[in-house]
Design a protein around this ligand. Sequence first.
Ligand SMILES: Nc1ncnc2c1ncn2[C@@H]1O[C@H](COP(=O)(O)OP(=O)(O)OP(=O)(O)O)[C@@H](O)[C@H]1O
Length: 246
Amino acid sequence: MTSPILLAIEDLTVSFDGFKAVDGLNLYVERNEVRVVIGPNGAGKTTLLDLICGKTKASAGSIKFKDTELTKLVEHDIVKAGVGRKFQTPSIYENLSVRENLELSYPKGRNVFGSLFFKVTDKVRARVLEVAKDIFLSDRLDTSAGLLSHGQKQWLEIGMLLIQDPELLMLDEPVAGMSVSEREATAELLGRISKNRSVIVIEHDMDFVKDIAHRVTVLHQGKLLAEGKMDEVQQNEKVIEVYLGH
Ligand SMILES: Nc1ncnc2c1ncn2[C@@H]1O[C@H](COP(=O)(O)OP(=O)(O)OP(=O)(O)O)[C@@H](O)[C@H]1O
């Protein structure tokens, strides 16, 4: 039987000049789960995502993704293993169209021959249309990405990850700067895409967290402060003291 746990983090620690940004952390994310990580500034949330995607190397501990130990892999092998990461600022190609951005992100576009020899096959075209629909950009396929609204750019970047079909998708403050209706659409999008993948989201907007989280992990000073359903976490006195009460 397949394990319900997709990502198992154990005793994870990273020190920067003796300062532990993540300190002995244990975290387990299930398949098809939307996990939101919250906590005050400097709690170690971004560093945690950096560790999972290989941008930062762990000082100690383990990050198991299915049967693969990620701490031993370099960033692009972690992507190939099925982990996608979206940073806070969109990294789309502004002068290319939405369609071209999605085509370039299709996994074969980055094979041994590089994108130069990449052929846009019917299969790729079909997948681009499917993803564009998922991210509400079907009618913007030929628009230059630079002309999209801030929210649409964020969606495009999510689409550029989705087209690679990652089993784990990590998003750092995906709704920052979005309008209310864009936030609602993004919540619906995350609910839909987590039907067949897990999603880890760092977020400060508590209304949005309530909308999307299956479970919430609260970090404080690099350590796990609390974990559970949103309503449990919201009533936790330690969480109110260090974060929600502020
Ligand atoms: N490469 C680095 N070198 C030194 N210190 C670092 C490095 N990366 C992060 N830190 C420190 O680690 C701590 C945790 O930072 P991190 O960005 O992970 O916090 P965060 O929870 O994401 O905060 P925020 O909500 O402000 O984004 C901070 O004190 C930060 O200054």
